[in-house]
Design a protein around this ligand. Structure first.
Ligand SMILES: [Zn+2]
Ligand SMILES: [Zn+2]
Length: 340
């Protein structure tokens, strides 16, 4: 008998835990495909789904670092574009940008109000199967491991795409704070893009790893004089703050050189204080960055493959999805749910 149901990890209610449920295997509608999920990375962004912050209904299956194999084509999906058996990925950008609004005309698809969010607007990758519109799909380059490439679709994309859009002169000194899920990618991307990299973290437990990943310098931010230590290395033109807190913003601003940019890549709840004089006297700026769209993900995957960017992951079975999600802050690197 053909299998008609599948296992998924879903938030059954607002602010609930991830629970394993049985759902019908979804059918792809016109312009969509069905994917047999091989792996899905675990991201803080799942909280948007959990808390219903963007108005999603429940139960909802989260997961927006999905890699899998196309299993069925919906009507209107051209065989020349996509084929059954082909490996594709989906990130936070879930397709459906309108192409007509001011934001789309500025080519900022990910910020279009009509855009879907994978694992929020529709069920995501914490499931054996999912369906998605082809406008959300990213082709996985040949030779890339499906499990290791999953976290590149949000964690990797966020650091690569935010940094490449800051227009920092090649060879400049740049910093990465927070050496975890995003930070371990940020060190590698910045180094391979031709920059000198300072890894910054509290304590020295991340020093050896940071250097192995390519960092030229390591700064222990728990030291009282860490700002002076950074300034003595040189003029830092950009800091990618992958795990910032309100209390670290001012110190990072002071650590920047003239025209330096502090790029905030993760949300924290408290408001922060930044000294206006620190910003004005050095022409410094604080920038936020979300992630990118499917085109940016394609660029991220190609850069990662061609430059041998390593994904440092811990894998979990689907049954342990809640554990993988709850322990995200303790994870040394990126948790990935492995389905195949
Ligand atoms: Zn994410
Ligand atoms: Zn639009």
């Amino acid at each position: 008998m053909t299998k008609t149901t599948m296992k998924a990890a879903a938030f059954k209610e607002k602010n609930g835990k991830l629970e394993i449920i049985e759902l019908p295997i979804p059918e792809p509608v016109q312009g969509w495909v069905r994917i047999k999920v091989h792996a899905c990375g675990v991201c803080q962004g799942e909280n948007v789904c959990k808390f219903g912050s963007m108005g999603n209904t429940f139960p909802r299956v989260p997961g927006h670092e999905v890699v899998g194999e196309i299993d069925k084509l919906g009507d209107g999906v051209n065989n020349e574009d996509y084929n059954v058996g082909e490996f594709v990925g989906i990130g936070w950008f879930g397709g459906n940008h309108c192409g007509k609004c001011e934001t789309c005309l500025e080519d900022e698809w990910a910020h279009c109000k009509k855009t879907y969010t994978c694992g929020v607007t529709y069920d995501g990758g914490y499931a054996e199967y999912m369906v998605a519109p082809i406008s959300a799909l990213v082709k996985i380059p040949k030779g890339m491991d499906p499990i290791e490439s999953a976290p590149l679709l949000c964690a990797g994309l966020t650091v690569y795409n935010s940094f490449r859009n800051q227009n920092i002169k090649a060879g400049s000194l740049v910093g990465v704070t927070g050496i975890g899920g995003l930070g371990h990618y940020a060190i590698q991307f910045c180094k391979k893009m031709g920059y000198q990299v300072i890894a910054m973290s509290s304590g020295n437990s991340k020093e050896k790893l940071s250097k192995e990943l390519g960092a030229d310098y390591y700064i222990d931010m728990s030291k009282d004089n860490y700002i002076k230590e950074i300034q003595s290395i040189g003029s830092v033109k950009c800091i990618l703050a992958t795990a910032p807190t309100a209390s670290t913003v001012q110190g990072l601003l002071e650590s920047l050189g003239v025209k330096g940019k502090l790029v905030i890549l993760a949300a924290f709840h408290e408001p922060f204080n930044a000294n206006s004089l620190t910003m004005i006297s050095g022409d410094k700026s604080i920038v936020g960055w979300a992630s990118g769209d499917s085109r940016d993900s394609t660029d991220t995957l190609h850069f990662a493959r061609n430059n041998n960017i390593k994904s440092m992951i811990n894998t979990f079975p689907l049954e342990k999805a809640n554990e993988a999600f709850e322990n995200i802050n303790q994870a040394r690197f990126r948790n990935v749910i492995k389905l195949v």
